[in-house]
Design a protein around this ligand. Structure first.
Ligand SMILES: [Zn+2]
Length: 193
């Protein structure tokens, strides 16, 4: 736990953080086999075009929203990740607000070489942003934090959707830095946290 960050939170926000950290599993509710929808996203990425990827993401998100009985979200897929000295943005979640549907924005090309992102990395980002949606709409949390519990349930859900991770053949070059963004309810600014 990032203690300095935690210490600065108000008592109610600390309680939200602790609750988020305590939920480490996320069982996929009953439904059809989710792997074809995940594979359709992988195949769409091979087309290297945003529209088919966005359509495939929408199918999976509709399925997930129905299973968890949460409001639907819209998928938006763009080409090259925004980047800066802070890193590069993989995805972004905008909560449901003022009657507008929640949405997830995803980028399918790396900032450095504009290469199409690896399918599992892309799927993890989609699941990550969906987990922010679940924090609000399924768990009823007033705020969504990147706790250890959050990342555990992200991995748990990803493995049920896409199958267990393949053993790595070479060391990962991905940085451990957080590279997703979350819109905060009631605020127009989006932090890079
Ligand atoms: Zn996030």
């Amino acid at each position: 736990m990032p203690f300095a960050f935690y210490d600065r939170l108000s008592a109610p926000r600390q309680r939200t953080y602790a609750r988020s950290d305590s939920i480490v599993e996320l069982a996929l509710p009953e439904g059809p086999d989710p792997r074809p929808a995940a594979q359709a996203i992988s195949q769409a990425l091979q087309s290297e075009r945003e529209a088919p990827v966005q359509q495939a993401c929408q199918v999976l998100l509709d399925d997930l929203a129905a299973r968890f009985r949460v409001p639907r979200l819209r998928a938006r897929v763009y080409a090259v990740r925004p980047s800066g000295d802070w890193g590069e943005l993989h995805g972004m979640y905008f909560p449901l607000e003022d009657g507008a549907a929640a949405r997830i924005e995803l980028w399918m090309r790396t900032a450095m070489r504009a290469r199409v992102v690896a399918p599992r990395t892309f799927l993890r980002t989609l699941v990550h942003e969906f987990c922010h949606h679940l924090d609000y709409e399924h768990f009823g949390l007033p705020e969504t934090f990147h706790t250890e519990g959050f990342y555990k349930r992200e991995s748990h859900l990803l493995n049920q959707i896409a199958g267990p991770p393949q053993p790595r053949r070479r060391p990962s070059v991905q940085s451990g830095a957080d590279t997703t963004d979350t819109g905060t309810r009631g605020a127009s600014a989006h932090s890079n946290s």
